[in-house]
Design a protein around this ligand. Structure first.
Ligand SMILES: Cc1cc2nc3c(=O)[nH]c(=O)nc-3n(C[C@H](O)[C@H](O)[C@H](O)COP(=O)(O)OP(=O)(O)OC[C@H]3O[C@@H](n4cnc5c(N)ncnc54)[C@H](O)[C@@H]3O)c2cc1C
Length: 399
């Protein structure tokens, strides 16, 4: 049997088959409707808890599946091949919240919260971005000040938070992983700490559900408000002013799985393009006989195969919880996000007018693909990081 990077073990292949069957039965039938209505399918998300997917990488002692980065990529690829918006909500919950807590929370936090988020009883989110600070993370303005009794008071606003609201009525996420400023070091650099903010804590609310997004409309995006929000001492994650390292570590898995989402989009666009090119006739021949159509199909195939190899190769060596793999987690996202956008665009072009309407799927993929060049780090930030890392890691080029 030849080695398959994307299904390196039988367990990985079985996981893929299981998710693919679930997607066909449950996700695909609702995808177009939820995109159109800009509605998040909360019940369907919760049901993934029964399959063990909400805590895919989380520790098994607390309800997780304890699987690796390859498994995480498989799930994101499969969900995204049908409904990238839903996949993004899944990523925000299972990677940005659940994995983060599993790796960086203390035992008491993990014991209390992981079973709830792994089962789907609670839905989580991660709040880093703000109205005035995105790429420039250290420019964030939300503050946390400690009271004499050890509790914390948070003030500020977070922007673009996936799962920040669970519905149209402003019901907040059950639990949010929030980064806030807690000081500066002796060289004047901003220091960040992490807090677990839970629904019902005074001063935590949804500012607005952000409507009219270009794509990813089946996921909810919200502005969150923290107004003298009182957070108990035990909800601080890690050390005071110690967040930067765990933030960077989780970003690596985030970028890898966002790249896997791009792969799902690319694969589906290619399936649709390939089928259509054989079925559609013009001038008495299938359009796949035309050289310009062949260029779209051929280049899309090669890009798809290249992204698949780079993503699963990176996943195979990404040890969850260890930082230091940014060169390739930025690399896969940089390459895959733009490749997916280009492949979705090629698919739409091949499909002509039909490609431009919702029923034929690719217009939704085309809109959703664009987000992956922005969210979880813009392509410009990946270019910057890679160039910076290659100063210290020039050997990586010749390995
Ligand atoms: C649908 C959606 C969901 C999201 N979900 C979440 C979430 O769950 N949690 C969360 O915390 N955030 C989330 N985000 C926010 C996302 O991560 C940010 O939008 C992204 O990091 C970019 O930040 P920004 O929008 O503030 O743009 P800016 O950082 O203001 O960037 C604007 C432009 O300037 C460029 N730029 C900035 N700095 C540099 C530089 N040094 N060199 C070159 N170019 C530069 C950028 O590349 C970009 O082109 C989401 C965003 C969207 C749209």
């Amino acid at each position: 049997m030849t080695h398959d990077l994307a299904n390196p073990t039988e367990a990985h292949a079985m996981l893929r088959e299981m998710v693919r069957a679930w997607v066909e039965e449950h996700l695909e039938p609702q995808a177009l409707e939820h995109d159109r209505a800009e509605r998040f399918n909360l019940d369907l998300m919760r049901s993934l808890g029964d399959l063990g997917l909400l805590g895919i990488t989380a520790d098994e002692d607390h309800g997780g599946a304890g699987l690796d980065a390859v498994a995480a990529c498989i799930v994101h690829e499969e969900l995204s091949a049908s409904d990238p918006g839903f996949a993004l909500a899944y990523l925000a919950h299972s990677m940005l919240f659940v994995n983060n807590l599993s790796v960086n929370g203390n035992e008491a936090q993990r014991e209390r919260i992981l079973p709830k988020v792994c089962s789907g009883e609670w839905i989580g989110a991660m709040a880093m971005s703000e109205p005035d600070a995105g790429t420039d993370v250290l420019g964030l303005g939300t503050t946390a000040v400690q009271n004499d009794d050890g509790s914390w008071v948070l003030n500020g606003r977070k922007m673009w938070i996936t799962n920040g609201t669970l519905d149209e009525d402003g019901t907040p996420a059950d639990v949010v992983w929030v980064y806030a400023r807690t000081g500066t070091d002796d060289r004047g650099r901003v220091q960040l700490s992490t807090f677990l903010v839970e629904a019902g804590m005074p001063g935590y609310s949804v500012g607005q559900k952000i409507m009219d997004k270009t794509g990813m409309r089946a996921s909810n995006t919200a502005e969150l408000v923290f107004e003298d929000c009182l957070v108990p001492a035990e909800n601080l994650v890690g050390d005071v002013c110690g967040s930067l390292v765990h933030m960077m570590g989780n970003l690596e898995l985030e970028r890898l799985t966002l790249a896997a989402m791009s792969l799902g989009i690319a694969r589906r666009a290619l399936v649709e393009m390939n089928r259509y090119a054989g079925e559609r006739e013009a001038f008495g021949r299938p359009i796949r006989d035309f050289g310009q159509i062949q260029r779209h199909v051929g280049e899309s195939w090669a890009k798809y195969r290249a992204m698949r190899a780079y993503i699963y190769d990176t996943a195979a060596s990404l040890a969850i919880g260890d930082a230091g793999q940014r060169l390739d987690s930025d690399g896969v996202k940089l390459f895959a996000s733009t490749a997916a956008k280009e492949i979705a665009d090629a698919a739409m072009q091949v499909m002509g007018g039909y490609g431009y309407v919702g029923e034929y799927v690719v217009e939704r993929l085309w809109r959703d693909a664009k987000l992956l060049e922005i969210g979880g780090g813009t392509v410009e930030s990946h270019q910057k990081n890679i160039t910076r890392d290659l100063i210290a890691m020039a050997d990586a080029i010749r390995r």
